[in-house]
Design a protein. Structure first.
Length: 720
């Protein structure tokens, strides 16, 4: 039955043009298993997607997948819109608070000026300042009237006088009326106004801290510190005026108060500069605009006051006036700095409000778009659902084919190169040649394979090799080893690459070789009429490994370790495991294997080598001892012989007449010269061999290399 009839029998699909429904037979279960993963039982979410009911359910599911996110976006847009409105209102409140702080700062300044004028009036300057003092009273009252609101409940100690603007103005007016040099001292006047100013500064602090000024909090902190510094300068001006007008301080407490206010001013100014660089910039510009080096003048006065000796200073009204005028200019400069900082905060808040207004408009437009999208999405989803269901039928078959081809491709690729390397190639990553410090390599072949090829037909040879290699492949699955390649009857295995396994590679290969030898020696091939004998050679050492080729990449090994392992196999004997000294040393450390010294073997291209026989594993109770010759002569004969090999480092010419005749037999994959009698029989294709340096060469090149090896051996004999 053809593939087409199989499909017609398994499942049929008929389309009804009027209703648009699709009816299915039992074969749709295969499609459902791909379109929708099989679930236990059947419920609302598990239905026939190709039926009309299933179509509606699929439509509902897709609407949930599309409309629900849109509804979520709608909710988020509403939330963002509300948040933008709240942020805009909050910034407006913050801007109002900053405007109020400017008015409070102006009030603090007017109170400071009024205090200093009152101190000047009470000093020796006397009535000459009365006119200026009355003018300051008017300016202070006008500043109080400009306040947008009055936070009268903030002062808990003197609540009555600060409850309202009128009560506060009455409180000031009462003090102004009774102000006279006879009733009040300079210290009393300083204390009176300083207490009021401290309360006003507290209002300023509270106004800033109650609002959420996350955007400009550093500048506002600097603004607060500047207000406190300005108050300290105001007290310093009053005390300095008293110092020069009275010829010194009345008591040492005034001197201490002066120093305290001076140091507090410097600390607040330094802190303000640390919170905002804008303070230093405006401060320098403001002092330059005064036209004189006012800071040097004031510092000179300060030094004179701080270094004065009690009861030694002479009254100096000119200095008193000069000090007062310079400190007034300095205070006005600080007020300008404070005002400009407030204006900068307002500009930042105005920019934030403009941005929030823009965001508000964008969010409003987005909300309208989201609302309009819902019906469009529903209609588009319904149309897409119908198209997807029709397209799914075609996609199922293509998906099956693609999956099968991918599995086949991966399987073939994993047979050519190791899985780790294959995965790297699949990701289109470059695979560099890698150096392995120590690995163990095993070669094995069938003893007398050239004779077997003469006795068996080509089909029987293929079956024998398939059976042998399948058996060895199954054995290899139990060990941490990698099958490099097979050529004719030769089987090459390596451990320690491409995945490094520390020092376990020698034991893995040894156990593999013992199990392979025991298993194959008990098997019968060619319908149970023939047994075969293996020759096995093992060597350990460093090597290089990498991908060779681009059209048909192969994972190849290079290095003298590979050549020596091949030599070990070539000089081995039937049903024996021939190991090199390096492998012997690694296995000796484990103390799990029984080995026997073979002696010195003259290996072509290597010279004399001490080699060993691997007998058995002491950990395995069912391991069978490898056959060891008891006759020293036969061992000696084995030591001097070797057969032609098909892998890197193998011998292609044999001097021993006992084995050299075997090279005349035709062998698959080997180029030979046939006699006239045997011409036309068992002619095999010419296969490339591999040189001892790991390069594949033609048979002709191999013969030339062997001739070179013979010349080298003759030279070695002459030296001996």
């Amino acid at each position: 039955m053809t593939e087409k009839t199989e499909k017609d029998k398994n499942w049929k699909i008929s389309k009804k043009t009027k209703t648009g429904s699709i009816s299915t037979t039992d074969g749709t279960s295969d499609i459902l298993d791909i379109v929708q993963p099989p679930l236990i039982g059947r419920g609302f979410c598990r239905d026939e997607p190709l039926s009309q009911t299933g179509k509606r359910l699929q439509l509902i599911k897709m609407l949930c997948l599309t409309v629900l996110p849109i509804l979520g976006l709608w909710g988020y847009t509403v939330y963002t819109l509300a948040d933008s409105i709240n942020s805009r209102e909050e910034n407006n409140k913050q801007r109002s608070s900053v405007y109020y702080s400017i008015d409070v700062g102006q009030l603090v300044h007017r109170l400071q000026v009024e205090r200093d004028m009152s101190v000047l009036y009470l000093s020796a300057l006397g009535p000459e300042t009365r006119t200026f003092l009355l003018a300051e009273y008017f300016n202070t009252d006008r500043t109080i009237d400009r306040l947008s609101y009055w936070p009268g409940d903030l002062d808990k100690a003197n609540g009555a006088m600060f409850l309202s603007k009128s009560s506060f103005q009455d409180y000031l007016a009462g003090h102004r009326q009774i102000l006279s040099p006879d009733r009040f001292s300079i210290q009393d006047e300083i204390d009176f106004y300083s207490r009021i100013i401290d309360t006003t500064i507290y209002w300023l602090y509270n106004t800033i801290t109650e609002s959420k000024f996350s955007l400009v909090w550093k500048i506002l902190v600097a603004y607060q510190k500047l207000a406190s510094a300005k108050e300290n300068v105001g007290v310093e001006r009053a005390l300095g005026t008293m110092f020069y007008s009275q010829g010194g301080f009345e008591s040492h407490s005034y001197f201490e108060m002066y120093n305290k206010k001076l140091h507090s001013f410097r600390a607040h100014m330094k802190t303000a500069g640390m919170y905002s660089e804008f303070v230093g910039q405006i401060y320098n510009v403001g002092l330059q605009n005064t036209g004189t080096n006012i800071t040097s003048i004031i510092e000179a006065f300060r030094k004179e006051i701080q270094t004065s000796v009690e009861n030694t200073t002479v009254l100096d009204m000119r200095k008193s006036r000069y000090w007062f005028d310079n400190m007034t200019i300095y205070l006005d400069t600080l007020l300008d700095i404070q005002t400009q900082m407030a204006q900068k905060v307002i500009s930042i808040l105005d920019l934030a409000i403009d941005n929030l207004t823009t965001d508000l408009a964008v969010n409003a437009v987005l909300l309208v778009v989201v609302i309009l999208m819902c019906p469009l999405v529903i209609m588009a989803t319904e149309s897409l659902t119908s198209s997807i269901q029709i397209y799914a039928l075609t996609l199922v078959d293509k998906t099956k084919e693609l999956t099968n081809e991918k599995e086949r491709t991966d399987g073939l690729l994993y047979q050519m190169v190791p899985k780790q390397v294959a995965n790297r190639l699949k990701r289109q990553k470059k695979v560099e040649a890698e150096y392995f410090k120590t690995v163990t390599i095993c070669f094995s072949d069938v003893h007398g394979f050239d004779r077997i090829t003469v006795e068996l037909t080509p089909m029987e040879i293929v079956k024998l090799l398939n059976s042998l290699h399948s058996t060895v492949d199954n054995i290899l699955d139990d060990f941490d080893a990698y099958k490099v390649e097979t050529i004719n009857d030769c089987y090459m295995v390596a451990s320690g690459l491409p995945q490094r396994n520390k020092d376990r590679h020698a034991s893995e290969i040894a156990n593999f070789a013992l199990k392979m030898l025991n298993t194959v020696s008990e098997m019968k091939f060619c319908s149970g009429h023939r047994s075969i004998e293996l020759r096995i050679g093992i060597n350990s050492g460093p090597c290089m490994a990498g991908i060779v080729g681009s059209m048909m990449p192969r994972y190849c090994l290079f290095g003298d370790t590979v050549n020596t392992a091949s030599r070990m196999k070539a000089y081995s004997s039937p049903n024996k495991i021939h190991i090199s000294t390096s492998t012997y040393l690694l296995l000796s450390k484990l103390k799990k294997f029984q080995m026997k010294k073979r002696g010195s073997v003259s290996v072509k291209g290597k010279g004399n080598m001490i080699t060993y026989w691997l007998v058995k594993s002491t950990d395995s109770s069912d391991s069978k001892d490898a056959d060891l010759c008891s006759d020293d002569d036969s061992c000696k004969q084995d030591n001097e012989s070797g057969e032609e090999a098909e892998l890197p480092g193998e011998i292609t010419t044999v001097e021993d007449p006992l084995y050299s005749a075997s090279l005349n037999y035709p062998m698959p994959g080997r180029h030979t010269k046939c006699s006239n009698k045997d011409e036309g029989k068992n002619m095999a294709r010419v296969a490339p061999t591999v040189s001892e340096k790991g390069k594949r060469v033609s048979p002709k090149m191999k013969e030339e290399d062997d001739d070179d090896d013979d010349d080298e051996d003759d030279k070695d004999d002459d030296k001996d």
